[in-house]
Design a protein around this ligand. Structure first.
Ligand code: 2HA
Ligand code: ZN
Length: 261
């Protein structure tokens, strides 16, 4: 469990260094059920059970590490257990309890993170981590209608550098602007996460999933790197050509890249 939480802290540090996590921006949730020991399993709740607002049947008895509401990624990087907490989903699948280490209330976006965690469990994937962050260049692109078409955005980003395609083979989904923390945002994100590991929230940020938090971060990082390359070329006064469609398809075939999870 220590290893998983140390990895969360490492990623939180990267998010801050990249300028993607101003103030309390961003959230991290990781399913740690497989690595909690008996001592943690038997911990009594620190507060009365809190309603999730929805029934999530696949999360019964599951344990999560979740960043605390209002907490800063840069603080979490140094003190993960003071800026996040371990929660357990109650047997009714509608409430959760905070069991360690302090009564730090989880992220305001917990319901959307848990709803997507419920989907990841239900669909039998090995995915355990969900990440929300504010990557500068991808968010900047989302301010123009031409980039809100998921297919077009994915093709352009993939064509910037071969690695983008290799390491983000499911491309990037797009969710139209919705109020942060809203049910609409959670549900639109869930629909897009069924086809993509990374989803761009118009004029806000990204939501990503991965087998662990490092993988979720890496996918956002390679996609944002492609956005930086695109914008750097534009800043030099030209629109980049991008790799040809043929080169993109060649990579998909040679590396047997998955087209779905
Ligand atoms: O938790 O970024 O969108 C802070 C956020 C919410
Ligand atoms: Zn946000």
């Amino acid at each position: 469990m220590k290893e998983v939480i140390n990895q969360v802290a490492e990623v939180a540090g990267y998010l801050w260094q990249k300028g993607w996590a101003e103030r309390n921006g961003g959230n991290i949730t990781v399913n740690i059920t497989d690595c909690v020991d008996n001592a943690v399993r038997s911990l009594p709740p620190l507060l009365p059970a809190i309603a999730i607002g929805k029934q999530l049947p696949f999360l019964k008895g599951q344990f999560f590490y979740a960043k605390g509401t209002g907490k800063r990624m840069r603080d979490l990087a140094r003190r993960p257990m003071d800026n996040g907490s371990i929660i357990r989903i109650c047997d009714d699948c509608e409430h959760y309890e905070i069991v360690a280490e302090h009564p730090v209330l989880p992220t305001s976006e917990l319901p959307s993170h848990l709803e997507i965690q419920n989907y990841l469990m239900a669909s039998g994937t090995r995915y355990k981590a969900t990440l929300h962050t504010h990557p500068i260049e991808l968010v900047a692109m989302s301010h123009s209608k031409q980039w809100l078409d998921s297919h077009h955005l994915t093709q352009v980003l993939w064509s910037m550098i071969p690695e983008t395609l290799a390491f983000a083979p499911l491309g990037i989904g797009v969710v139209p602007y919705a109020l942060p923390g809203s049910i609409l945002l959670a549900e639109s994100t869930l629909e897009q996460i069924k086809q993509h590991d990374v989803v761009l929230w118009e004029k806000h940020g990204v939501f990503a999933v991965g087998e662990d938090i490092m993988e979720a971060f890496d996918q956002v990082d390679v996609l944002n790197k492609a956005a930086v390359l695109y914008m750097t070329a534009c800043n030099m006064g030209f629109t980049p050509d991008g790799m040809s469609q043929q080169s993109v398809q060649e990579i998909q075939q040679v590396f047997h890249l998955p087209t779905h999870r």
